[in-house]
Design a protein around this ligand. Structure first.
Ligand code: NDP
Length: 246
């Protein structure tokens, strides 16, 4: 039997990049999948269609992670559609790379709103519905643990917050058998961090494997943490970074 048969998963920011790969992988493992997205309706519809063509079930919900009411509504809609919620993947996130002294207050607020406030609100709403044995999975960042390059100060600070949110929350929900883990990607080839261009050169060089990662390599770790074999892993920061932080 598929590892996630009869499970319902919500993946925030699931229309492109890492989130889309996670949505497709968890659907392939048997889960019904709800994704959220901010703007790109066509990409969200394409993910739903790909899952359906492969025989799975999926819906897309427009909900900007910076809009707390929209985020709460997305969780409620996922539960109303599929009848339950077993796994939450807090993937939606953004970075606005630039020197800290040039960052505007609006830019810093946007990064905090999406990467922290949205994660708090989504998780709190999800926990109201999640049964014992559920899974909360963050997509943090390797730079939430080790700052390898300049230009990412507010982003790294928010991902450091995600790391401690994970550890602290694991202490509160462990009694219900709910695990909370933080998958920390290194440089992964997406629209947010393309493997081509000047910005990619030092990131690639910083990895032990001397390459960018693929979205499927993050989805594989998320699938493991979402599945039954990870039942004794909680409060953990699981870095998937080609050795960047080694
Ligand atoms: P992309 O920008 O490629 O994709 C982001 C996805 O999230 C899209 O589906 C997008 O939807 C959605 N999204 C963006 N903003 C919001 C929002 N405000 N509310 C809801 N959904 C939103 O990013 P990645 O796939 O690269 O990143 C995904 C996660 O992985 C992020 O948390 C990021 O910090 C983390 N990460 C990425 C790394 C990398 O190298 N790529 C490294 C370390 C961590 P839409 O299409 O509608 O905009």
């Amino acid at each position: 039997m598929s590892k996630l048969a009869k499970k319902v998963v919500l993946v925030t920011g699931g229309s492109r990049g890492i989130g889309a790969a996670i949505a497709k992988r968890l659907a392939a493992d048997g889960a019904s999948v709800a994704i959220t997205y901010a703007k790109d309706t066509n990409s969200a519809a394409a993910v739903v269609k790909a899952i359906e063509l492969a025989g799975g079930k999926a819906i897309a919900i427009q909900a900007d992670a910076a809009n707390i009411e929209a985020v709460k509504g997305a969780v409620e809609k996922a539960v109303a559609t599929f009848g339950r919620l077993d796994v939450l993947v807090n993937n939606a996130g953004t970075a606005i790379p630039k020197p800290f002294e040039e960052a505007t207050q609006e830019e810093m607020d946007r990064v905090i709103d999406i990467n922290i406030r949205g994660v708090f609100a989504t998780t709190q709403t999800a926990l109201k519905h999640m049964k014992d044995g559920g899974r909360i999975i963050m997509v943090g960042s390797a730079v939430g643990e080790r700052a390898v390059a300049p230009g990412l100060v507010p982003y790294a600070a928010t991902k450091g917050a995600v790391k401690m949110f994970t550890q602290a929350l694991s202490r509160e929900v462990g009694g219900r058998g709910i695990t909370v883990n933080n998958v920390q990607p290194g440089p992964i080839d997406t629209d947010l961090n393309p493997a081509s261009g000047d910005w990619a050169v030092p990131q690639k060089a910083a990895t032990a494997l001397n390459r960018y990662g693929h979205v499927e390599e993050i989805a594989a770790m998320v699938a493991f943490v979402a599945g039954p074999e990870s039942s004794y892993i909680t409060g953990a920061n699981l870095t998937v970074d080609g050795g960047m932080n080694a």
